[in-house]
Design a protein around this ligand. Sequence first.
Ligand code: FE
Length: 359
Amino acid sequence: MAKSLLFRQLFDADSSTYTYLLADPVSKEAVLIDPVFEQHLRDRALIEELGLSLIATLDTHCHADHVTGAWLMQQAVGSKIGISGRYGDMVQGANYLLDHGDRVAFGDRTLEIRATPGHTDGCITYVLDDHSMAFTGDCLLIRGAGRCDFQQGNAHTMYASITEQIFSLPDYCMIWPAHDYSGRTASSVGEEKAYNPRIGGQADETDFVGYMENLGLPHPKKIDIAIPANCLCGRPEDGKMPTIADWGPVRLTYGGVKEIDPQWVAENLGQVHMLDVRAPEEFNAELGHIGNAQLVPLGELEGRVSEIPTHQPLVAVCKSGRRSAQATVILKKQGLKEAASLRGGMLSWNEANLPVEKA
Ligand code: FE
């Protein structure tokens, strides 16, 4: 029987980087390939919502165009950091120094490491156990190939990497690259063998190298920041983790909602302004309301923003946490940034047996 896989492709629009989440749905063990520093909270929210346990972040190479989110994830969830050992002393702080032939297991699944240098010396292609997927980093791209004109780039080496390590995979093997700048998301070995303009069709090594040595690309805009940061696996100079709010343990959901847990709110009711956005008839119904909560139904919120005090951070509440989430969006548009939605609303509040008032 074929093994199952949970798979997500994530995108960072600023650097056009793809991040890949792979998990064994049974054991829930997961790996994250090429996380992006600025997307840490998004990636973490998804991993949490899917109930996964992240074993490792795996970089395909030491990137020059964005900073890896590996260190942040290690701090947040204890995942190990994997990157090629071929960078030697250049890269500090990794847990797994990977090389050709190594395997990384997550639950029942494994990724095989194939060394595919050419873009940099330490470029790795991660190949799924059944050869149905290859994560090629900046080696083979969709109808392209990673540049070879800086770091330790070498077009001859890349030619060998692609033809020997990637094109030797079955034609149906899907290609998932580190970047695409034209909105393309995936390809396959068969497709790239036939149509890749640099190395597909009848192209030989001379054709490929000639093409690659005449790309005439500008230097990546973030290279001076990205390479030093990636040499520390993305550990920021100040060693600080990104936070959503400085007033409380506010979390960002994968859906982009700022949420806070009922328990914390109950213990800190004096520090926040409670805004109940339900209909007046719900306010005193069986779920009750939180003492001191101000009632402004969602439909009236935009017109009544001036009635809302701003000296304290605001926690919006409704029945289930959906309308209150939209309330934080409306309030943000009106300039009220320190607002979060009560996670699970009055339903969760009541479930936790927290105090309510009823008229
Ligand atoms: Fe790169």
